[in-house]
Ligand binder design. Structure first.
Ligand SMILES: [Zn+2]
Length: 79
């Protein structure tokens, strides 16, 4: 739910554990697209959360860990 960036199913910060699993399944064969998508979400969230509450917005480090840091950053080794 934007601009709060919480999950509408469980009310945890998005992407929650379920959302991360769904994203990993959706982008199972395209981790680069997943990274690009998550970076776009990070950009939007940083802007909206800061606008919502400039003094209590998450730090850049926290936002990075939440939106991008959890995702696989390298392609799996070739079979
Ligand atoms: Zn959730």
């Amino acid at each position: 739910m934007r601009p709060l960036w919480i999950c509408k199913r469980c009310a945890n910060p998005w992407p929650c554990a379920q959302a991360r699993l769904a994203l990993l399944a959706t982008y199972a064969h395209d981790h680069i697209s997943l990274s690009v998508y998550l970076c776009g979400q990070l950009y939007d969230a940083a802007k909206e959360l800061h606008r919502l509450n400039p003094h209590e917005a998450p730090s850049p480090q926290a936002l990075y860990a939440r939106f991008v840091g959890w995702a696989p950053s390298r392609l799996p080794p070739p079979p």
